[in-house]
Ligand binder design. Structure first.
Ligand SMILES: *Cc1c(COP(=O)(O)O)cnc(C)c1O
Length: 469
């Protein structure tokens, strides 16, 4: 499989190089040159497969030519074997024809484990083969950091540095990062906010002199391998509910448009998906586009669903590429405009096409809490605030009651106790068994000033399994 850039100017790469690449050299994002398409017979033959076997069949075309079948199978079995539920992604019924796909049985209790557990293993496999080491740098306001650290903790060839804003992440989220001890794991608390952290990571990618030639890899949601891994659970859920002979609808809590873009790809690969709902919180740039063709940058509103608090959606560019007939120059022009004006609109027929593909809703904190209470009252299920946003959007936007509606359950409610408490329905649930002693575990973390040179100096001193690069 070859991958091309959404801005049309960077060279095409194979899977292995895309895995290590991050942004394309023209500033674009990589997408597959041709999407595989499965037949009805093929999809039907996958009914009843264990998750890792299904994952192999869905993702095999994307890694073809880079990763041998036997290696890929072993990696997938190991990846999804690490989840705390035998079904990996169980479906739980809320109402007549309404289901939550529980994507929070991985090590850090959020759906990002599906992609980052795999990404860490894929990186290590490829780097061992090449005899290379890399440094990963990422900024987090919570979920991504812990999932990335968990995904890389056993990697021989990776040192990972995760920046979080000092004293501005929840205690559960901080401990999920800082209690992973390993000579290749480096937590840095920055005396600043999340944007400061992100800016320092961006600046480090732009000027890599401090790395003395070691390659820097990104694990944020623009990494193609993360999108790829998320396609699988759409197939997994739909097949259990009767696909390919019956179609299914999905409602997806989204911020960076990563998770729902995977659902869009699943549909293009032959899965009968009747409806895809973009569910946002008050940071609703995606809903403003879908409902009014206005992709305008707004200020950041902190909400009870912090993992979706974004101002722009980094993966939206991948959709723009398809909406413009895969014309990289058109995408580059739009994003140039967006960069200078903070605004973007597409031509009418392209917007009509986007409306045909997606429905959308923005859900505020009040409605989020109301939905947690509503669902708890109806069936005793306690939702996390992100999942609750998906349920609200599903209930408001649903087109057909005859078609099963699947809401992606993106996090375990224990991660976001504030919303559960505000909803006033129940005590926040207890931590699951594998994290029960989280508050007793020793932590390791370095606090640094909000200073790029200090951070880069630290990476240079510790980037080789704790030793200087
Ligand atoms: C990251 C995250 C999301 C949003 O995912 P996108 O890829 O931005 O769509 C939703 N819910 C939770 C719990 C998350 O951690």
């Amino acid at each position: 499989m070859r991958y091309i850039s959404t801005r049309g100017q960077a060279p095409a790469l194979n899977f292995e190089d895309v895995l290590l690449a991050g942004l394309a050299s023209d500033g674009g994002l990589y997408v597959p040159e041709n999407l595989p398409r499965f037949t009805v017979e093929e999809i039907a033959s996958w009914a009843g497969l264990p998750y890792h076997e299904l994952a192999f069949r869905v993702m095999r075309p994307f890694v073809a030519g880079s990763i041998a079948d036997a290696d890929f199978k072993a990696i997938l079995e190991d990846t999804y074997g690490a989840f705390a539920h035998g079904a990996v992604a169980p479906l739980r019924q809320l109402d007549g024809n309404e289901w939550v796909l529980e994507l929070f049985h991985g090590p850090t209790l959020a759906f990002k484990d599906f992609a980052l557990q795999l990404l860490g293993r894929l990186l290590d496999h490829v780097l061992t083969k090449r005899g290379e080491r890399v440094v990963i740098m990422g900024a987090t306001s919570g979920d991504t950091g812990s999932a990335a650290i968990e995904g890389c903790r056993r990697c021989e060839n990776v040192d990972i540095f995760i920046l979080h804003p000092h004293q501005r992440v929840s205690e559960v989220q901080r401990r999920q990062m800082t209690t992973i001890l390993g000579e290749n794991i480096h937590n840095i608390a920055i005396e600043g906010n999340f944007d400061d952290c992100q800016e320092m990571v961006k600046a480090s990618f732009a000027d890599q002199g401090f790395l003395k030639g070691t390659r820097l890899v990104a694990v944020n949601s623009i990494n193609w391998a993360r999108i790829m891994a998320q396609i699988v659970y759409y197939f997994h859920a739909a097949i259990q509910l009767g696909a390919p002979h019956r179609s299914v609808a999905f409602s997806v809590p989204t911020g960076n448009f990563g998770d729902i873009f995977a659902g869009y790809l699943a549909r293009n690969m032959g899965l009968p998906v009747n409806q895809l709902i973009v569910a946002t919180n008050r940071n609703d740039i995606l809903h403003r586009f879908m409902s009014g063709n206005r992709y305008d940058k707004d200020t950041l509103h902190p909400t009870l669903s912090p993992s979706m608090d974004i101002m722009v959606s980094s993966n939206f560019e991948r959709l723009l590429f398809d909406l413009h007939g895969r014309n990289g120059a058109a995408v580059a022009a739009l994003l140039d405009t967006f960069k200078t004006t903070g605004k973007l609109a597409v031509e009418d027929d392209r917007w009509t096409e986007a409306r045909r593909l997606f429905d959308s809703l923005a859900v505020d904190d009040e409605a989020t809490c109301r939905t947690i209470a509503e669902v708890y009252g109806q069936c005793g299920e306690l939702l996390d605030p992100h999942t609750a946003i998906g349920v609200r959007a599903a209930r408001e936007c649903r087109r057909s009651l005859a078609i099963p509606m699947v809401i992606l359950g993106t996090a375990h409610p224990v991660k976001f106790p504030e919303a559960v408490e505000k909803a006033g329905v129940a005590q926040a649930p207890a931590l699951p068994a594998h994290l029960a002693d989280l508050f007793q575990r020793p932590e390791r973390c370095t606090v640094l000033a909000n200073d790029l040179k200090a951070v880069q100096g630290f990476v240079g001193q510790h980037g080789n399994r704790g030793k200087p690069l």
